[in-house]
Design a binder for this molecule. Structure first.
Ligand code: TRP
Length: 75
């Protein structure tokens, strides 16, 4: 499969931010959930096993496509 090996950087801006990996293939489901506390950074790639990621909680996300922030659930 043609796949980029670019890294994605996620920095938590509050405690309890979740980075969830979703499976590649016909069955799309959560396969991993990583909890980050404020200031913690996760550096991740899309892989043979991971086709999508979901970020819950306040965080800054940097990709090749630019930088974005998630909105917090609770204001
Ligand atoms: N074992 C997983 C994989 O190779 C690890 C992983 C890669 C992952 N990227 C991720 C887990 C993003 C959560 C989010 O696919």
């Amino acid at each position: 499969m043609a796949q980029s090996n670019d890294f994605i950087v996620i920095k938590a801006e509050e405690n309890g931010v979740n980075v969830i990996g979703l499976t590649r293939g016909s069955d799309t489901r959560f396969h991993h959930s990583e909890k980050l506390d404020e200031g913690e950074v996760m550096i991740a790639q899309f892989t043979e096993h991971t086709s999508a990621m979901k970020v819950r909680g306040k965080a800054v996300i940097q990709t090749n496509h630019g930088e974005m922030k998630t909105e917090s659930d609770v204001e």
